[in-house]
Design a protein around this ligand. Structure first.
Ligand SMILES: Nc1nc2c(ncn2[C@@H]2O[C@H](COP(=O)(O)OP(=O)(O)OP(=O)(O)O)[C@@H](O)[C@H]2O)c(=O)[nH]1
Length: 283
């Protein structure tokens, strides 16, 4: 789904998320493991305030495993539970319910102390577009999708999915807007598919990517595009790749648009290998 985020849409998303959060014990915040900070909604801390939180680093299959490890510690140090997952294949998804239970332990303990039988813990998935919310919901729902139906006194419109015996998940995620304020963040979001690529200049985006790869994954670049040396100048590098890939127009001039498209597609699809565009120390 592609959403153009105008102020009215952002206000509506915030209102809806706040409404949903009233019903929720544990927040599941979904981010892209390749860009965990850039893919966070800018007001998530304010929205989820006071609720225990499980951060899911999704699309971990596309991210650099070493960086993902560093990101796990980063989010743990902020006081969250964290899991890395690949919702497409289902890796790590089974642990979600367990983590949610752990986070809700103070609540279940309280219910027991009052002599009550603890009810199922209610969770909500929140995240920016395209981060994998629906994929996870479908995974968690599995084949035995059990809609619990309306709960009197709680809500009429909301449907809940039963995940095991002890967790209930709201079947519609909270879709939140991405960050806009920073150009580098914009490039990272566009490269990973969170915002419409048409909004940004393809060539500019690819130059951003090449600059990043040159600094952080030079060997990968050499290998993929069969380069013996990586030119210092990023435009020269762009042209080298164009020549290697036969992206030439008449007169032997490099077709920049085609090179940009190749770089973009090969990054997006994971053909370049597992690459993270952000580490906890990225500014
Ligand atoms: N490689 C990989 N792809 C994934 C993973 N999770 C989701 N995807 C893909 O990412 C794309 C977006 O997934 P969705 O589940 O539709 O994302 P969403 O957050 O519900 O998107 P919106 O409806 O736009 O808010 C789809 O093409 C999924 O197949 C993952 O862990 N790894």
């Amino acid at each position: 789904m592609t959403i153009q985020w105008f102020p009215g849409h952002m206000a509506k998303a915030r209102r809806e998320a706040k409404e949903k959060l009233k019903l929720i014990d544990v927040v599941i915040e979904l981010v892209d493991a390749r860009i965990p900070l850039s893919s966070r909604n800018p007001v998530i801390d304010e929205l989820a305030k006071g609720k225990p939180r499980l951060v899911l680093l999704n699309k971990a299959d596309l991210a650099d495993p070493n960086h993902t490890k560093a990101w796990m510690s980063y989010f743990e140090n902020l006081g969250n539970a964290v899991l890395q997952i690949d919702a497409q294949k289902g890796t790590g998804v089974k642990s979600i319910s367990q983590e949610v239970q752990k986070l809700a332990k103070p609540l279940t303990d309280k219910m027991r102390a009052k002599g009550m039988n603890p009810r199922a813990i209610r969770a909500l998935i929140l995240g920016i577009p395209n981060v994998g919310k629906s994929t996870i919901i479908n995974r968690l729902a599995g084949k035995k999708i059990a809609k619990i139906g309306d709960k009197p006194g709680i809500t009429k419109a909301q449907q809940w999915i039963k995940v095991g015996k002890q967790m209930e998940l709201l079947d519609t995620p909270g879709i939140l807007w991405p960050k806009f304020e920073d150009q580098a963040v914009g490039y990272r979001l566009a490269l990973t598919g969170a915002i419409k690529e048409e909004i940004l200049d393809f060539q500019e985006m690819s130059v951003f990517l090449l600059r990043f790869l040159k600094d952080h994954y030079p060997e990968r670049l050499k290998e993929r595009y069969q380069l013996t040396l990586i030119p210092e100048d990023v435009i020269e590098l762009f042209e080298e790749i164009g020549k290697k890939r036969g992206c030439l127009m008449s007169g032997g001039i490099v077709d920049y648009d085609r090179v940009a498209e190749i770089l973009f597609r090969e990054f997006r699809s994971g053909t370049m290998g597992r690459i993270s565009l952000e580490t906890p120390s990225t500014k």
